[in-house]
Design a protein around this ligand. Sequence first.
Ligand SMILES: Cc1cc2nc3c(=O)[nH]c(=O)nc-3n(C[C@H](O)[C@H](O)[C@H](O)COP(=O)(O)OP(=O)(O)OC[C@H]3O[C@@H](n4cnc5c(N)ncnc54)[C@H](O)[C@@H]3O)c2cc1C
Length: 182
Amino acid sequence: MARRVVVVGAGFHGCSAALRLSNQGYEVTVIDKAYAGRHASGVNAGGVRRLGRHPAEIPLAIAAWERWQDMTSIVGDDCGFRPVGQIKVAENDNDMAILNERERQVQNLGFHHEKLINRDELRKRLPALAGHCPGGLACDGDGFANPYRTVTAWRREAERQGACFREGIEITGIEPKEMAGA
Ligand SMILES: Cc1cc2nc3c(=O)[nH]c(=O)nc-3n(C[C@H](O)[C@H](O)[C@H](O)COP(=O)(O)OP(=O)(O)OC[C@H]3O[C@@H](n4cnc5c(N)ncnc54)[C@H](O)[C@@H]3O)c2cc1C
């Protein structure tokens, strides 16, 4: 008999857990007090970013970014991912020194996804930017996705794998119980 799991919350984490657990043969029910993607997962800036991550997060951010390259093979939808790049902009020489140090730190750790760009390159990439900005730190290949579409795609794939979604139900407490044979 399949083991049963209840996931509380149909944000991105709940949908992702539901998909993984369903793939592993669990019988999954996801419960949300509103609806899938109603809260933070569906209404954020949609950033898909390795740029500026804490050093401890960089390997995970790179692994996630690699999966974004072929999201369609995971959930049947590219989730609106557009790798247009991301840039941290320096507003003055002090900011530029901080970005310079950041690039050095990341490279010393063996990563090469963040690159310092000068004033001319910054202007070329962002022509509308104020003229006083001396440069920036760019991460080509980063970009954005459509967050609500992302949650929906993961939810749909979890459903295809057998997960059941129940919306409009609030969990108000959890009561631990001994299970026979557990
Ligand atoms: C494509 C994508 C891009 C992103 N880009 C950015 C970005 O650029 N910047 C940024 O800051 N963040 C970004 N994020 C992260 C996002 O802002 C959230 O931090 C993240 O998605 C949180 O997910 P979650 O599932 O933990 O929480 P939530 O999305 O908040 O989901 C929690 C769910 O639990 C439900 N719930 C809560 N309590 C109960 C209860 N008692 N009973 C039943 N249901 C309950 C809620 O209704 C909600 O639907 C991104 C996320 C995605 C998917």
